[in-house]
Design a protein around this ligand. Sequence first.
Ligand SMILES: Cc1cc2nc3c(=O)[nH]c(=O)nc-3n(C[C@H](O)[C@H](O)[C@H](O)COP(=O)(O)OP(=O)(O)OC[C@H]3O[C@@H](n4cnc5c(N)ncnc54)[C@H](O)[C@@H]3O)c2cc1C
Length: 395
Amino acid sequence: MDFRFSAQEEAFRREVREFILTEIPQELRWAERDAYGDALWPTVLEARKNLARKGWATMHWPQEHGGQGASPVMQMLLREEMAYWGVPEAIAFDDGPNMIGPTIIQFGSEHLKKTHLPPIARAESYWCQGYTEPGGGSDLAALRSVAVRDGDCYVITGQKDYCSGAARAGWIHYLARTNPEAPRHRGISCFLVDMRSAGIKLRPLDEAHGRSGMLNEVFFDDVRVPVENLLGGEDNGWQVAMSNLNRERGGIENVGYARSLLHDLVVYTRETVRDGKPLFQIPQVRARLAEAAVGIEACRLAAYRVAWLQGQGRVPVYEGSMSKLLGSEMLQRFANLALQVLGLYGPLEPDSRAAPLMGRIEETYVSSVSSTIYMGTSEIQRNIIAQRGLGLPRG
Ligand SMILES: Cc1cc2nc3c(=O)[nH]c(=O)nc-3n(C[C@H](O)[C@H](O)[C@H](O)COP(=O)(O)OP(=O)(O)OC[C@H]3O[C@@H](n4cnc5c(N)ncnc54)[C@H](O)[C@@H]3O)c2cc1C
């Protein structure tokens, strides 16, 4: 066992850092809340292209599909560094290169690979995921969207909730039921759908921390989708979806954010004097900082273990759930501890001139609430760990 990064990995981390600091415009850093708005989106698109030109967006893809065949650890380094420097998710962990792209490589026909992989790799297409439906995203197999074959098309009707980035997306990967007679998991299919298709409507959802335009409800009303846009074959959507979700679950972004914020918080406690002495001399402040450091380190190890397992050719199902659970709950605890360290200044919002650390702690406190919900709730992660990790029968 070796807990060190190799010299090559350390060099790569430095290169990524240099790239972010020179090629990602400063206005995008820590701008997750505004990244999907009209003012910043063109800059986001340009930064995505920069990353793609570097070959890093798809560095983990096999070389035959234009990737660099980079190890999962290298890719995780990239993600961690992006999060550390506050690069918005639309650039740092984009659905196309990280979710649907690899899934198309795994399940797609030659036609789908040819059509979609090159634009994804060049950051010319932006994708969203249409899985969750009203009434329960946790029980994904209960989905009620329906796709009916009609000649050389499927006709899809249904509603999806909480689609990240849908208003900016050119394409959606959409789960719908194709066989109502089959057992729940076996009657679902995955479709790649052009968001400009007739019959698609969006309704934006605002979030607690003020991010607007990122989350949307998506309505499909008799949307005609060519048969060749079926991914992975009819009634095989469950396998496709699970493959996607296994890629999604991880905790490294939360680790990156928290490490960065902890660093700045430590600096703040050195530089800030209250009641005549620097904050860091207050025992409760030191204790909270130490507790935060322990939580972050544990999550970091869990996250890199997932990457290491993937590098061994394994599919870390429950290990991915552990990492997701640890990372998301750690971020919430961290934000709580950090707010306590900042005292009455803590809740000041980013727009306030007096907000310490540009209000990033306050923003993380509010935004991290959703981290234990998206990509599967904490309860669902615990269920997976109990079943797949401990071998317990379903509850
Ligand atoms: C910021 C954000 C972005 C998102 N982005 C997307 C996206 O891009 N695409 C997409 O498809 N979805 C997306 N989602 C939806 C997300 O995947 C769902 O919110 C999540 O899966 C939970 O589903 P739900 O909200 O319907 O809650 P429900 O499934 O209704 O669950 C309600 C509560 O019951 C608990 N619960 C449910 N079943 C069980 C069980 N078996 N055992 C124990 N407890 C249980 C849950 O843990 C939760 O606390 C996003 C959500 C958020 C918050």
